[in-house]
Design a protein around this ligand. Structure first.
Ligand code: GLC
Length: 528
């Protein structure tokens, strides 16, 4: 098999470095701390970690507001610590990708400081300026809770500047060839350090054009293809993972003809997994899966249940969004922008059956799964923290007062109550063969044993009830049959009489009219 296609069948893990493990004692996680936990990640079985931004930043958007692209923020350590982490990860066959925030910088970036101070500065043209705020009016606002316009007046410059996110994140001007080149230089810098690729933040918004919604423009795709060609020519085997929160038709072009992104987050399926679980019916999932265009062979979806942002409801109908809010975010504080700022376990009522079932879908639907740190132990959230910070609380390593996260006071409070470190922590779950951690670990193990999950065809099955998500994954003569009972009632399937082997227990099972308990899932290897 072509080793450069490793991501086709890999398990990913997203990490907030600030929240993972503090080695310096300042109460914030850092790269040395993360390196101490590589054994844990290896034990879980992850193949690649994605680090949220570690660049110097004023932290108005948790590091997605970068003030220096060529350095590591002091609180995380330094470039040497990143190198140390990457080398140590590689010796364990764990790859490391990081965020590449291309669309915007921090307003504290020296480029922007120079751009706003002097219209003749070389950097003025790095940003998008206007004398009126009436341009590009069809572009939606993303951070709807905070921003009312994509333009902000800058006193110093005497002009408006364009920003798709917070006003403290001015958009770069990709019409400027210097910006285009600069971004390639930034990519080169990190790839030369040994980074295995990038999660490309906010990919759809690079260019702006009048009378469009300024998303997914042909110019944006052309530039992304240039970035890909640069990677292929100089760094084969390193990947680009796309954050494009779009409808199926618009997300598909980010794979190009296999010459744009290697991977893309499967945004369309994500909210519909939650719909399916709540309704106990496959319809919403099936509807969107039928609408998904196929992707080139050298590309892969990245499936996810949760991440560091709100559970986005941008790509559902207004009625569906309202319904999801009512079902999953009954308290207004649980809502943010067009989404829900809660973690997996609380969303699923801390019901072990539902959490496992959601993970069963995550690991068996087409794509390479990504786990959001802490979800493998069922961590909770803290909706009293603002913005998305409530889902970014410190990793709970053990039941000690600071959860084994830091020797001093954590930079944000630890969770309390049912989800406190006393009740939810790594140490106790490692010791318990029936813990959520060990269940997820087994799912990862089985996922790796069967290439059908990463490489196989996908065929939806009608098993006589729409309460069961049933499908086959087939690759090179092996067929896996996956059954997921989405409902809180027993369900009976009507399957062709056949023999199968349970992928977890290796027991032989005779399929026929097989009954699944509420929220039960089965991963089977068909033996004709
Ligand atoms: C992406 C990130 C999000 C960030 C935004 C602006 O959507 O996931 O956390 O706030 O981009 O960079």
């Amino acid at each position: 098999m072509d080793q450069n296609l490793w991501y086709k069948n890999a398990v990913f893990y997203e990490i907030s470095v600030s929240a993972f493990k503090d080695s310096s004692g300042d109460g914030r996680g850092d790269l040395r701390g993360l390196a101490e936990k590589l054994d844990y990640l290896q034990k879980l079985g992850v193949d690649c970690v994605w680090l949220m931004p570690i660049y110097p930043s004023p932290l108005k958007d948790d590091g997605y507001d970068i003030s220096d692209y060529y350095n590591v923020a002091k609180s995380f350590g330094g470039l040497d610590d990143l190198k140390f982490l990457v080398d140590n990860a590689h010796t364990r066959s764990i790859r490391v990708i990081m965020d590449l925030v291309m669309n915007h910088t921090s307003d504290e970036h020296p480029w922007f400081q120079s751009a706003r101070a002097d219209q003749n500065s070389l950097f003025h043209g790095y940003y998008v300026w206007s004398d009126t705020d009436k341009k590009y009016e069809e572009a939606r606002i993303i951070f709807t809770d905070v921003e009312s316009s994509n333009w902000t007046w800058d006193e110093k410059a005497g002009q408006y500047y364009w920003h798709r996110f917070y006003a403290s994140q001015p958009d770069l001007n990709f019409d400027n060839p210097k910006v285009q080149d600069e971004m390639l230089n930034i990519a080169r810098f990190w790839l030369d350090m040994g980074i295995d690729g990038f999660r490309v933040d906010a990919a759809p918004y690079l260019f702006e054009r009048e009378n469009t919604n300024c998303e997914n423009l042909p110019e944006t795709h052309a530039y992304l293809k240039k970035l890909r060609a640069f990677m292929d020519a100089n760094y084969p085997g390193r990947i680009l993972l796309c954050e494009a929160n779009q409808w199926p038709e618009d997300v598909r072009p980010y794979f190009g003809d296999g010459d744009e992104f290697h991977m893309g987050f499967h945004f369309p399926i994500m909210p519909r997994i939650y719909m399916a679980l709540k309704k106990g019916r496959v319809d919403d999932m099936l509807g969107i899966l039928n609408r998904m265009p196929s992707i080139p062979d050298n590309c892969q979806w990245c499936t996810f249940l949760r991440n560091h942002d709100e559970l986005t409801l941008e790509m559902v109908t207004p009625e569906e969004r309202q319904w999801m809010w009512e079902q999953y975010a009954p308290e207004l504080r649980m809502r943010l922008n067009q989404g829900i700022r809660r973690r997996l376990a609380p969303l699923l009522d801390n019901d072990r059956r539902k959490i496992e079932l959601a993970n069963s879908l995550l690991f068996t639907l087409p794509g390479s799964p990504i786990i959001y740190y802490g979800d493998e132990i069922g961590m909770g959230d803290n909706i009293s923290l603002d913005d998305r910070n409530g889902v970014r609380t410190p990793m709970q390593w053990n039941a000690s007062p600071n959860a084994g996260f830091t020797k001093s006071k954590p930079y944000v409070p630890l969770l309390e109550g049912e989800y406190s470190p006393e009740h939810v922590n790594v140490a106790s779950q490692l010791a318990d063969p029936n813990s959520l951690f060990n269940t997820i670990h087994r799912m990862i193990t089985v996922h790796k044993e069967h290439l059908a999950f990463g490489w196989g065809d996908f065929e939806w099955l009608n098993v006589g009830t729409n309460a069961i998500a049933a499908y086959k994954r087939t690759y090179k003569g092996e067929t896996m049959l996956i059954l997921n009972n989405l409902s809180d009632k027993k369900q009976t399937t009507h399957l062709q009489k056949s023999k199968a082997v349970d992928a977890f227990t290796h027991e032989v099972v005779t399929l026929d009219t097989t009954t699944l308990q509420p929220y039960q899932y089965m991963w089977l290897i068909l033996k004709d």
